[in-house]
Design a protein around this ligand. Structure first.
Ligand code: ACO
Length: 323
């Protein structure tokens, strides 16, 4: 028996507090004009003091389960992609599992920074293809505001907090059926880890540390790597660029989105864009954008949806889905 993974529900959750560029300009030497011009970001959501990654993830999960029409008790596996876990251990996924009232199945975190959701989706899909799980909850959730150096204008303007989730369900397929998650493609290059990192963590003498980034270098690698992995995903399934109905990219920077869309020959109205309102929410950005486009009716059954992301590591990846 062969199985594919269908995405049967999506959900998301954002902190209430909106921080505009103008508000940031009161504390660091920046301006709304510079941020909009270089990044397309106009505002971001920032979690309040007690609001953790697990809290955001739990809300997104509840919304996704409701959309899927299943109860948490039916889940075999919970995967949380995050770079900002509630604690060093245990995993945020086990905390979400407990919040959902579960003591069955398995739960673990995945760490691939901004590519985390694509990595977690790929893992969930492979569990289903292997016949080891029937229903999987995949979440991307972050409170990046906790690892930002709020005095560093080159990074603090770029990020925001939030969570998004999808429910995967196994569906029996015959050879040649092209439905659900068609393929996922993951890459990393650890030689480039110093382009984007935190200067802290258990392996250092400091606390969790802050995000440090060589922005221009990251930008250059993003456009090249994303174009390559998109080509790889299309070629693996025998599709052309013109077959894509919706591109749901990681929301790092409007200029990276424009560059990737241009390479694919996709007009802006085929690209789901949230970076203007959410900024870069790391592992949460793809499922947040996906949920928005599913709920407002842009993404429809039968359409071809391409998700892609790149982040620290460097890591990058893509997932092609027949909705
Ligand atoms: N406000 C005002 N001026 C600023 C700000 C700011 N917030 N930040 C930097 N500047 C200044 C710099 O100090 C520099 O000044 P100088 O010329 O006097 O030295 C000038 O603006 C130009 O700086 P650059 O870094 O060259 O600006 P650039 O056009 O490359 O834009 C940016 C910077 C937006 C970070 C860009 O490089 C970028 O988007 N890179 C991708 C990084 C990214 O998105 N990372 C997210 C994680 S990875 C991912 O998700 C793909």
């Amino acid at each position: 028996m062969a199985y594919c993974s269908r995405i049967i529900g999506t959900g998301s959750h954002l902190p209430e507090r909106i921080v505009t560029n103008a508000e940031l300009a009161q504390t660091v030497d920046t301006s709304d004009e510079w941020i909009v011009d270089r990044t397309g970001i106009r505002e971001r959501r920032i979690a309040h003091k007690g609001e953790t990654t697990a809290a955001l993830a739990f809300q997104a999960a509840e919304n996704a389960l409701e959309a899927a029409g299943i109860s948490a008790q039916e889940l075999d596996l919970i995967i949380v992609a995050t770079t900002t876990p509630d604690n060093t251990f245990p995993s945020t996924a086990t905390k979400v599992q407990a919040m959902l009232g579960l003591d069955t199945g398995a739960a673990f975190d995945v760490q691939a920074v901004c590519s985390g959701f694509i990595y977690a989706l790929s893992i969930g899909d492979n569990f289903i293809r292997a016949g080891q799980a029937k229903k999987v909850l995949v979440i991307g959730a972050e409170v990046f505001s906790r690892i930002i150096d709020w005095e560093d204008r080159t990074t603090c303007v770029l990020f925001g907090d939030g969570a998004g989730a999808v429910v995967l369900q196994a569906e029996e397929v015959k050879a040649g059926d092209k439905v659900g998650i068609l393929s996922t493609h993951l890459h990393s290059d650890g030689k480039l880890r110093d382009l984007l990192y935190t200067d802290g963590g258990p392996g250092t003498n400091s606390t969790v540390g802050h995000v440090r980034m060589l922005g221009r270098e990251v930008f250059r690698h993003a456009v090249t790597n994303l174009a390559a992995v998109v080509d790889e995903a299309l070629a693996a399934n025998g599709y052309e660029k013109s077959d894509i109905d919706w591109l749901v990219p990681h929301q790092a920077n409007k200029r990276i989105l424009d560059g990737t869309a241009k390479k694919l020959g996709l007009s802006e109205d085929r690209v789901v864009i949230t970076v203007d309102r959410h900024a870069n929410t790391s592992a949460a950005s793809v499922p947040l954008a996906l949920d928005e486009a599913v709920r407002d009716g842009r993404i429809k059954k039968g359409q071809l949806v391409l998700m892609e992301a790149m982040g620290g590591g460097l890591t990058w990846g893509a997932a092609l889905v027949r909705w």
